[in-house]
Design a protein around this ligand. Structure first.
Ligand SMILES: Nc1ncnc2c1ncn2[C@@H]1O[C@H](COP(=O)(O)OP(=O)(O)O)[C@@H](O)[C@H]1O
Ligand SMILES: [Mg+2]
Length: 219
């Protein structure tokens, strides 16, 4: 299974989700490879932090920003892993499109802010372009950095706006804006691996990971 975490907008939580999802799946016993396709290399530095801290399970991590190299490496290595999680940069790049050509699923984080919602239309266009070239790419939109209030009008409005965009399937699972996500991810730690884990963050991530890996074209 190849999962891209992508959005043409920066700062929406792509790297945070990619790192957390990869660690959660590795902890569940999957052979995971995290591919950093962003020249800024944020995901690789996080995984390097993890390696330096000798946290188990260790995660394989590589960086490719050249689309051709990304394509050929992922094609050659795919049999060696159960899951490949690809983190991309916040622009419409060749690497993003190359990754989407190979992916089973693309997870598209968005924050409940109006400029992020506009960007969702750009990302929808990229997905529509790719889907014209190939079948079977499932695009899952995920609200990240959601307002903590139970019945936040901003969260609700953003979800309704994204629900209208045909290219996406909106997941019910969402991640609230929590210190636990930002502080753990930059150090290559899962939220469940923190010295005193934030139970809400752990619960939200569990639910998100389940939702992503349980989704298939048919349901
Ligand atoms: N759910 C969240 N709660 C708190 N902070 C978050 C959350 N998701 C992302 N962040 C923070 O927002 C910033 C942008 O996230 P990042 O994952 O780097 O975005 P991207 O990779 O899309 O550019 C980072 O400082 C990150 O720590
Ligand atoms: Mg990033």
């Amino acid at each position: 299974m190849i999962v891209v975490v992508g959005n043409t907008k920066g700062g929406v939580g792509k790297t945070t989700l990619a790192v957390q999802i990869a660690i959660a799946r590795a902890r569940a016993g999957q052979r995971v490879w995290i591919v950093d396709a962003d020249i800024q290399g944020t995901a690789s530095s996080a995984i390097q932090f993890r390696a330096d801290a000798e946290l188990e399970p260790a995660l394989a991590c590589s960086s490719f920003s050249d689309p051709r190299q990304l394509r050929s490496q992922v094609k050659q290595q795919r049999e060696n892993y159960d899951e490949i999680i690809i983190d991309v940069g916040g622009r419409d790049t060749g690497a993003l499109r190359a990754a989407l050509m190979l992916a089973d699923k693309v997870v598209v984080p968005f924050a409940p802010m109006s400029f992020d919602l506009w960007a969702m239309h750009d990302m929808a266009q990229v997905i529509t372009d790719i889907s014209a070239e190939r079948d079977g790419l499932l695009a899952l939109a995920v609200m990240n950095q959601a307002e903590p209030r139970e019945r936040s009008a901003d969260n609700h409005e953003a979800q309704e706006a994204v629900r209208q965009i045909e290219a996406f399937r909106l997941l019910d699972a969402q991640l609230v804006k929590r210190k636990a996500f930002s502080s753990s991810s930059s150090e290559g730690r899962g939220v469940a691996e923190q010295p005193s884990p934030d139970a809400k963050a752990v619960g939200e991530l569990d639910r998100l990971v389940k939702a992503i890996f349980d989704q298939s074209e048919g349901n």
